[in-house]
Ligand binder design. Structure first.
Ligand code: AMP
Length: 217
């Protein structure tokens, strides 16, 4: 069972994916995380990616498709992937279908987390991540709790460089123009379900679990 978790920046895709990984033994494939790994290498390629991330635009389909094929082709992840932050335009959605076909797989469900824009901005600007356990918190809605790994003394709460108000406006515009139309593509295939992403985190997870149990049985 491969899933796509869909929604605008700040919808809670990462938070919910982490819960699904634990509950259903899945592998989270976040293209944003893969790109940030490249940025952290601080080489020429990483610096080029960093510029694009800070601009709020999309990285080229060619770069993304290469990153994705590396994972889809790995037998360890076969039929156990949650695609988080991908596909982000129609071309990527079509490439994903082709890639999955090539490796004898398919998407079972696309979950769309629906959240109003005014809430998204607040969620993104207040987002911080624990440097030790990588858990994401929100200083406004979900204040950081003790780090489950080592307590709080040794950790830093990191903020993403593209989680600032200027870049967010651009990221939301990019979402509306390029990513939102992908929903229609999946709706026509009959595999898309909406979930209200403005509920409590645990209420959203419960609905997600029920949906997934439904397609597994
Ligand atoms: P995210 O962590 O999903 O919010 O992604 C952060 C940034 O990485 C986005 O604003 C884009 O610049 C870039 N990015 C992530 N996923 C993709 C993708 N599938 N296609 C193109 N660019 C992406």
């Amino acid at each position: 069972m491969n899933l796509v978790i869909f929604g605008p920046p700040g919808a809670g895709k990462g938070t919910q994916s982490a819960k699904l990984v634990k509950e259903f033994n899945l592998f989270q494939l976040s293209t944003g995380d893969l790109l940030r790994d490249e940025v952290s290498k601080k080489n020429e390629f990483g610096n080029k990616i960093d510029e694009i991330l800070k601009s709020g635009e999309l990285v080229s389909d060619e770069i993304i498709n290469n990153l994705i094929e590396n994972k889809i082709s790995n037998p360890q992840y076969k039929n156990q992937i949650i695609f988080d932050g991908f596909p982000r335009n129609l071309e990527q959605a079509k490439s994903l279908d082709n890639l999955l076909k090539k490796y004898n797989q398919e998407i079972s469900l696309v979950i769309n987390l629906k959240v109003d824009n005014r809430i998204l901005v607040k969620r993104i600007t207040c987002r911080v991540t624990c440097s030790l356990c990588s858990k994401t918190f929100n200083t406004f809605f979900d204040p950081p709790k003790t780090c489950e790994l080592k307590g709080c003394e040794q950790r830093k709460l990191n903020k993403r460089s593209d989680d600032n108000e200027t870049t967010i406006v651009k990221r939301l515009k990019t979402y509306d123009e390029k990513t939102f139309p992908v929903l229609d593509y999946y709706q026509k295939k009959g595999i898309m379900k909406n979930i209200d992403g403005m509920q409590e985190i645990s209420a959203i997870s419960e609905q997600l679990f029920t949906l997934i149990q439904g397609i597994r049985s």
